[in-house]
Design a binder for this molecule. Structure first.
Ligand SMILES: [Zn+2]
Length: 263
């Protein structure tokens, strides 16, 4: 049996359960991002997005080392049958070259393994081994990323022009941000090219919330129904806030960081 055959034994439910059980061990910076990734890619990303689908995970910075650890594991003769144990063991192996603790590597390791399962070993091996982030973003510390991700501070001059909140829609692109007036939806503030819905919501404006989920308006029945009818897996943060939302419905009352599913 090859390593990919071994990975293929696990179905989407097994991967979801594995992420659930590993969540307390995943570093807080990637707890929500990992859940969003698995909600977006329950059977793995398209093979042409092997090295780019997980750039919104902080652990993506360690993709080259994690990829190497996975390729080394693929040469073993046997593997742990329990999926969380397999993910943990490979992440542990990668810590030898990353100089960071395993908690920062669990999310990217799990995402990379599911990517391998879908793409196959040849494509995985051939994918770029470089970090897919600009260098300024690559070197940001966890504290810097966390600070930019979510807060409840209104923008300066808020009292004059009404409260505004910042929405970042790609942490690796400084200009990928917009300000949302208090009470407006995220969708209304996104650049026109990124507004997935027209006059009425088509359900195409799905976003993953990797920071500040607690600063979004509660999910309405209409939004929940629309997500459900689109077949989108809905996941929540540890504190119970939905992480998969519709941009046309979610209204921020604090700064948030999101990922557009369409990109
Ligand atoms: Zn919409």
């Amino acid at each position: 049996m090859t390593f990919v055959d071994h990975l293929s034994v696990y179905g989407p439910g097994d991967w979801a359960h594995a992420i659930e059980s590993l969540t307390p061990k995943i570093h807080p910076i990637d707890r929500n991002a990992t859940r969003v990734w698995f909600a977006f890619f329950p059977i793995g990303p398209n093979p042409d997005r092997l090295e780019t689908s997980h750039t919104f995970l902080y652990g993506h910075r360690f993709w080259p080392q994690v990829k190497r650890a996975i390729l080394a594991a693929a040469k073993d003769a046997q593997w742990p049958s329990v999926l969380p144990e397999l993910i943990s063991r490979i992440a542990e192996h990668a810590t030898r070259t990353t100089q960071v603790d395993r908690d920062q590597l669990l999310g990217i390791t799990a995402a990379s393994l599911l990517s391998l399962r879908r793409a196959g070993l040849e494509a995985f091996n051939a994918s770029s081994s470089a970090v897919q982030l600009p260098s300024w973003s690559h070197v940001r510390s966890i504290r810097q990323v966390r600070r930019a991700r979510a807060s409840q501070r209104p923008r300066p001059l808020g009292a004059l022009f009404g409260k505004r909140f910042r929405v970042r829609f790609s942490e690796a692109t400084p200009e990928a941000k917009c300000d949302v007036v208090d009470g407006a939806t995220i969708g209304s503030a996104l650049p026109p090219a990124l507004q997935a819905c027209g006059d009425s919501c088509s359900g195409a404006c799905i976003i993953g919330v990797i920071g500040g989920a607690e600063y979004l308006s509660p999910m309405t029945t209409v939004e929940a129904r629309q997500l459900q009818s689109g077949g989108q897996i809905v996941v929540k943060s540890v504190s119970g806030d939905p992480l998969i939302r519709l941009a046309c419905h979610a209204r921020p009352h604090g700064d948030v960081s999101i990922v557009l599913r369409a990109t």
